[in-house]
Design a protein around this ligand. Structure first.
Ligand code: M6R
Length: 610
């Protein structure tokens, strides 16, 4: 995920910025850059790859100055190249911007108000310095324009006006030639200010500055900030506001996890944002643009994947078949690779779902699908990964880097992509399509409500005492019960089996005792009564049952021992709240059992061997 850092004060800025970038390396990045400002000069350098390369390239640069900005980029718009790396400049090279987030309407800005500008990069960010340039010029008299000096008010107003053109999310830092300070702003992307002695640090993340100061101002939504070495000014909604400083007592390691005890918990808490970012990338003004027009001709879709990504694919089958009425076949990649599969690939689009883009079995499956003549698509979270190089086209999920071995936010963004795909391929009436889009747009809030309102820890304490469990569901929630079971076994080491609720009676009933709790997903879909019937059968065999059910389902509690209540959605979208609840359940159960959550035994984040 991109990281931004800035410094203004009395010390040499470059070493401070480089150290700050090193400290946020854990966020993941593919390229980086800095810019130092010294009176009339703007001196920048960018690299693809490690911050260490940037440090060694700059070791003899002689870049001196007391103001600097820096960036580590996790590519979203355009490949990881030097040109696409930040900072980005306006056409005169006088306004430099680093940005974290996604500008949704950058294309229409390029074609509209900036139609005369020449752009260097493929990024959404580059519109920002160009916009600031136009706004600044419109505010200055010819004398001011040529004086070469700018004051805080002029720069702040120009940035503010430029921001009014933007739709999407941003945390930005702006350095302007002739102005001895920095301007920063945030919307839906975090930004903090570190307060020192006659100096300020601005960063996307506390760890970037924690070795310099523990006095932190957490900026709020839509704050606009001007820092000069002796002053800080914060404005929101057009008026000056005061923000309290917090004294941070975290260790650096705590800070990397954003104050959460484990990356997995942090990443579950990032699920609402991950859904929102993924939607923002492909949904503009109620229209879906996946940039893959050839898939509309597909007569069928083949999905190949492993592990959690396979469960996302299983769910994807329900979603696409429900919305688009196109047949979907799914294969576990490692099985597909060595099977006598019969396929005429000319009308089939094969999609490989892999968060890392590096899973060996999935890559082999992608090659095999190509061998059948299928058009291929990679659905992945990692730009430039092997899957993207192998596939004809790529759809990126926008979960940001995931560090915990257990896939959480990457899974929920894969589901999000399947909703987008299903709707993109659908031929439903416009009004029904619009209803679905509205519901899809509600998903970040729905996920947030699970995080804010559901008390999972009580259920986790209960579950943590058992050694065997079943997770059951039906229909679109069968894959979610499989995912819930995988997550629990992976990190808590409790034996957990995911099953179709109607299948237990064909064998697993023999295992049901009072020591095998069953987690049953009981969303009120078309087969709710049948699933409830299955739950009654389970109860009759003595197993305790915890249901995951909607907040207003009063019927369910008559038949189960306890209920985890989640916000109500249509059945089609219920995998979103159910997933968040199950991810939390796995996390808190593993925590109760004192497991090493982020690095479970015998597992690796990306499995690059077959
Ligand atoms: O990177 P991928 O999505 O291809 O990884 C596939 C599986 O290895 C992965 O989903 C694994 O099952 C997760 N660790 C489960 O949490």
């Amino acid at each position: 995920m991109c990281g931004i850092v800035g410094y203004v004060g009395e010390r040499e800025a470059l070493p401070i910025i480089l150290k700050a970038l090193k400290r946020i390396e854990y966020r993941g990045y593919d390229s980086c850059g800095v810019l130092v400002q010294n009176q009339g000069e703007m001196m920048g350098h960018k690299e693809v790859g490690a911050i260490d390369c940037l440090i060694s390239s700059l070791s003899k640069s002689g870049y001196e100055g007391k103001i600097a900005i820096g960036h580590s980029r996790w590519a979203t718009h355009g490949a990881p190249t030097v040109t696409n790396a930040h900072p980005h400049l306006d056409c005169n090279g006088e306004i430099a911007v680093v940005h974290n987030g996604i500008i949704e309407n950058y294309q229409s800005i390029k074609e509209g108000v900036l139609c005369d500008c020449i752009f260097q990069s493929e990024t959404d960010t580059e519109v920002i310095p160009h916009l600031i340039n136009i706004c600044l010029k419109s505010k200055l008299s010819p004398t001011e324009l040529h004086s070469g000096e700018l004051n805080a008010m002029q720069v702040k107003e120009a940035v503010k006006e430029a921001l009014s053109y933007l739709r999407g999310s941003y945390a930005i830092l702006v350095a302007v030639k002739g102005f001895d300070g920095l301007v920063a702003a945030r919307k839906e992307s975090p930004l903090i200010v570190g307060v020192g002695d006659r100096e300020f640090f601005v960063a996307s993340d506390v760890p970037a500055v924690l070795n310099q100061t523990n006095r932190i101002i957490f900026l709020e939504e839509e704050d606009l900030v001007v820092v000069e070495k002796d002053s800080i000014y914060i404005e929101n909604g057009g008026s000056e506001v005061k923000r309290e400083e917090s004294l941070i007592e975290w260790t650096i390691e705590d800070a990397e996890k954003g104050g959460y005890e484990h990356f997995m918990l942090k990443e579950i808490h990032e699920e609402p944002k991950a859904i929102r970012d993924t939607l923002m990338g492909y949904l503009t003004e109620g229209r879906i643009n996946l940039g893959l027009d050839f898939i509309v001709d597909a007569e069928s879709i083949l999905l190949v994947a492993c592990g959690t990504s396979y469960y996302a694919a299983l769910c994807g089958k329900y979603i696409i078949e429900n919305l688009a009425k196109i047949p979907v076949r799914i294969e576990v990649a490692s099985e597909f690779n060595y099977s006598d599969f019969v396929l005429d690939g000319s009308k089939v689009v094969a999609m490989a779902i892999t968060q890392s883009g590096e899973t060996a079995d999935t890559l082999t499956a992608l090659k095999k699908a190509k061998g059948y003549g299928c058009k291929t698509v990679a659905i992945t979270n990692v730009l430039g990964s092997s899957a993207t190089r192998l596939a004809d086209e790529t759809i990126y999920s926008r979960a940001g880097p995931e560090i915990g071995v257990a896939a959480t936010k990457s899974f929920i963004t894969q589901l999000t992509i399947f909703y987008l795909l299903g709707l993109f391929l659908s031929k439903m009436p416009a009004s029904v399509f619009a209803e679905h889009i509205n519901e899809l747009k509600r998903m970040p809030q729905i996920a947030q409500r699970v995080l804010d309102e559901v008390n999972i820890q009580k259920h986790a304490r209960y579950l943590s005492k058992y050694e065997h469990t079943f997770f059951v569901g039906r229909g679109i929630n069968l894959p979610i019960s499989l995912e819930g079971a995988l997550k629990l076994k992976e990190i808590s080491y409790i034996h957990a089996e995911g099953y179709a609720a109607g299948e237990l009676k064909h064998g697993p009933f023999a295992l049901l005792t009072e020591d095998t709790p069953v987690i049953a997903i009981l969303t009120r879909d078309d087969i709710y009564e049948k699933t409830l019937g299955n739950v009654k059968e389970i109860k009759a065999r003595g197993s305790p049952v915890i249901a995951i059910a909607e907040e207003d389902d009063e019927e369910v509690e008559k038949y189960v021992d306890d209920v985890i209540r989640v916000p109500r959605t249509s059945a089609l979208f219920s995998p979103i709240p159910n997933t968040v609840a199950l991810h939390l359940l796995a996390y808190w159960t593993a925590k109760e059992r004192g497991c090493e959550i982020d690095k479970p035994r015998n597992l690796a984040k990306s499995v690059t061997v077959e």
